[in-house]
Write a protein of this length. Structure first.
Length: 386
């Protein structure tokens, strides 16, 4: 991919790039929809993501081309006359990054040419959007020597999505893409940004991603609605209690707090957040003890919470989870914001061949086509690769 993206750069701009970068996608083992509720998450970076080749130009223009959206051609941003108008394509991320940088009082002193190529499925629940935002901010940071640290990049990337693109996401995706570490998952407290690395040696098990072939954009889904609902729950319960975030509520206090929430939909949202946050704590114990059966049960439990209480799953995702469990997975759940994307499946290595054969039979009988899967490993976060 490195050679390919550099060759593509020359083809598009007729000069050579001088820097190459990789920004990975991520998988979240458990802790879904907890990060914007002040809770715990457990993501890791994968070996698939965005590759970028970069070089300067003398045009006072930022030019960007994505092989995955080749129909759009080369998108240009004139630095002398920037129009911050959303076009609903990947170029909006570039505009958002430029606006964020300028809001910090930084200048972009010359033009850049950028080429992107990705082996990360867009809308697959693997955070291609955060990978792109962190990538672009990091490119500008290095190219113009702004001196931003990783945590600065993380917070700016979140701001781009929240304030420019209108996606009210939490901070998990940006954080893990910046701080990811090979053979480790991160247990992150999204309220304090305290974190620790937990070992993932992959000696006995695989994490298998299965693509639902249904994509979604978070802004166009009910993702923002869920955040609004949890804010409303917090407002209601703080008429009787005092919590900064929903994730501050312990499972032991959940029943008492639920009594003051009369709306059944909001009760379900609260129940998911509190129990999911507790599942992250339990998952840490399972990983450290190498209790794969226990971890698998938590994954499946988390899925049905996302289906029934948070209502962000789909019929296809539910079917994939059921097929996976029937085929011998220790656990399975949807990942990402929901409404499409992929499932994460925990499979013992010794059972892998049987799992694939059984799943294939069930899937093809249902959908009359082949399924798409991949094994993912924990890898480093964003890095320069030249």
């Amino acid at each position: 991919m490195k050679k390919h993206v550099n060759n593509l750069f020359f083809e598009k701009y007729n000069h050579y790039s001088n820097k190459t970068y990789f920004s990975p996608g991520r998988v979240n083992i458990i802790g879904e929809h907890t990060d914007y509720n002040g809770g715990l998450v457990m993501p890791f970076c994968i070996d698939k993501g965005l590759y970028a080749a970069v070089g300067r130009n003398d045009l006072k223009v930022i030019r960007i081309y994505s092989e995955n959206f080749s129909i759009l051609g080369i998108i240009e941003v004139n630095l002398s006359d920037i129009e911050y108008e959303l076009k609903k394509n990947f170029g909006d991320y570039l505009l958002g990054v430029i606006k964020e940088i300028k809001s910090k009082g930084k200048d972009i002193t010359n033009g850049l040419d950028i080429v992107l190529s990705s082996n990360l499925p867009v809308g697959g629940g693997l955070s291609s959007s955060a990978a792109l935002t962190v990538l672009l901010l990091s490119i500008f940071n290095e190219e113009f020597s702004y001196g931003y640290g990783k945590i600065d990049i993380v917070k700016m990337a979140k701001s781009v999505e929240n304030n420019f693109l209108g996606v009210k996401c939490g901070i998990m995706d940006q954080f893990v893409i910046a701080f990811g570490k090979e053979n480790s998952t991160i247990m992150l407290d999204s309220k304090t940004l305290d974190f620790e690395y937990l070992p993932l040696d992959f000696e006995d098990f695989y994490f298998v991603l299965i693509n639902s072939n249904t994509t979604r954009k978070l802004k166009d889904s009910k993702y923002n609605d869920r955040q609004a609902e949890t804010k409303e729950v917090l407002r209601i319960i703080n008429g009787s209690f005092s919590y900064e975030y929903l994730a501050d509520i312990s499972v032991n206090d959940l029943d008492e707090v639920l009594e003051v929430v009369k709306d059944e939909v909001l009760r379900k949202r609260l129940r998911h957040v509190v129990k999911e946050n507790n599942r992250v704590k339990l998952a840490k114990e399972m990983i450290l003890k190498k209790d794969f059966k226990g971890l698998g049960l938590l994954l499946t439990e988390a899925h049905y919470s996302l289906k029934n209480d948070y209502e962000v799953s789909t019929a296809v995702l539910d079917e994939l989870v059921e097929m996976a469990v029937k085929s011998g997975a220790l656990g399975s759940r949807m990942i990402g914001g929901g409404f499409g994307g992929s499932t994460l499946n925990l499979v013992l290595k010794k059972d892998f061949d049987g799992f694939i054969a059984s799943f294939k039979k069930l899937y093809e009988a249902k959908y009359e086509t082949s399924f798409i899967y991949s094994i993912v490993y924990a890898k480093d976060g964003f890095k320069r690769i030249d």
